[in-house]
Ligand binder design. Structure first.
Ligand SMILES: NC(=O)c1ccc[n+]([C@@H]2O[C@H](COP(=O)([O-])OP(=O)(O)OC[C@H]3O[C@@H](n4cnc5c(N)ncnc54)[C@H](O)[C@@H]3O)[C@@H](O)[C@H]2O)c1
Length: 360
């Protein structure tokens, strides 16, 4: 029997870190929505992140590349998509320094391909439609070490190829709203942490290295400041903005939780050593200072008061609680980490899906 759904929501990049948390939340909370997870399954996409929900009746996975415009058009028609939450992206700053073209391709041209597919499919029948772009606070540039926050009115001032590509995609989203009347919304979020994050990123990388007594490479003097948010709080914010946000608007998402890199690393050392049953301070020697990242932004800090004032969102977890849960998760899921670091998951899932990306 064909199931009838009230809405058909396309989530791109749903096999990645944040996307998998969002897909899980939406699948559980909205059994009357069909959640279509579209992901190319790059090195960062891993369907093992969604094992617990893959058999749910309202969940569907499509392996495809957002840059494939014809394929995107087919998806909109075939599944009668009426809402998009777009997360698919190349997301790692260090990789963007080595290969900026991949970032322009996926983040800029891929977003454009999706926007155009949505615009053509919705063709002015845009009531109850929404194109939601999930973006980053890095588009705003860098703040001085003390004082000041990014608000939604900050001018864009990206410095890395990653943030330049996200800034560009944000501009295209606004252009589609202003030029064609496409109903859009954008959110810019601070750094996320939590389960299922690819271990090239600081928190999972360092937990894993502490466990295995490997060096912890700290850029420069470790004085750069980042604002950290628990990933499930980000997913809740996206779900709220998707349903209640103002069309054409931008929302900053963050938890007013700034940490100097070196202080964050000391917290990771303390919690990981304790949970591994090691004496306090026994892994501190692993800290290794390395040459700073080129163009390394000094400080990010996000002002999310608009989201609290207008939609009532607040982070649900204190940082101490979130980091404890996160370290525990990585320590208890060594198999997941091993599969990801060895690349084994890619071989497994590559064989599983018939709907392959067409060569471009
Ligand atoms: N991680 C953060 O701290 C953070 C903070 C703010 C905003 N964001 C944004 O949130 C989104 C998700 O970030 P993340 O950390 O979960 O990233 P991630 O790298 O973990 O996941 C990205 C996903 O996109 C998929 N993908 C990549 N290229 C694709 C393509 N061409 N077609 C289809 N799928 C493709 C990958 O397979 C992967 O599953 C990104 O847009 C990122 O810019 C991330």
């Amino acid at each position: 029997m064909m199931l009838e759904f009230k809405r058909n929501i396309l989530i791109t990049g749903g096999a990645g870190f944040i996307g998998s948390h969002l897909v899980r939340l939406m699948v559980h909370k909205y059994p009357n929505y069909r959640i279509v997870n579209l992901d190319k399954l790059t090195y960062a996409g891993n369907l093992a992140n969604l094992k617990d929900i893959e058999k749910e009746a309202n969940y569907l996975f499509i392996k495809a590349d957002i840059c494939d415009f014809e394929e995107m058009q087919k998806v909109f028609t075939e599944y009668d998509i009426d809402g998009v939450i777009h997360l698919a992206a190349e997301s790692h700053v260090d990789r963007s320094i080595k290969d900026p073209f991949a970032f322009a391709q996926t983040n800029v041209l891929g977003t454009l391909s999706l926007l155009q597919a949505a615009n053509l499919a919705w063709n002015n029948k845009q009531t109850e439609k929404l194109f939601y772009h999930v973006s980053t606070d890095e588009v705003y540039g860098s703040l001085p070490l003390t004082g000041g926050y990014f608000t939604e009115n900050n001018k864009y001032d990206p410095h890395s190829p990653y943030s330049a590509s996200k800034a560009s995609s944000d501009h295209f989203v606004r252009a589609y709203h202003d030029t064609y009347g496409l109903p859009t919304v954008i959110s810019n979020c601070s750094n996320n942490y939590g389960a299922f994050q690819f271990p090239e990123k600081l928190i999972p990388l360092f937990i894993n290295n502490i466990r295995h007594n490997k060096p912890l490479p700290v850029y420069g003097k470790g004085e750069n400041i980042r604002d950290w948010l628990y990933v499930e709080d980000h997913a809740r914010a996206i779900e709220l903005i998707f349903h209640k946000g103002n069309i054409g608007d931008t929302y900053n998402i963050g938890g007013f939780n700034e940490w100097k890199n070196i202080d964050l690393i000391k917290v990771l050392l303390k919690v990981t050593d304790r949970l591994l049953g090691r004496p306090a301070g026994s892994s501190d020697k692993l800290i290794t200072y390395v040459t700073d990242r080129a163009g390394h932004d000094l400080r990010y800090a996000i002002d999310s008061t608009k989201l609290k004032r207008e939609l009532g969102w607040e982070p649900s977890l204190q940082f101490e609680e979130g980091i404890e849960k996160t370290v525990k998760w990585y320590l208890e899921n060594q198999e997941w980490l091993d599969n990801v670091t060895s690349g084994e998951y890619m071989e497994y899932y590559k064989k599983m899906y018939e709907r392959e990306v067409r060569p471009s």
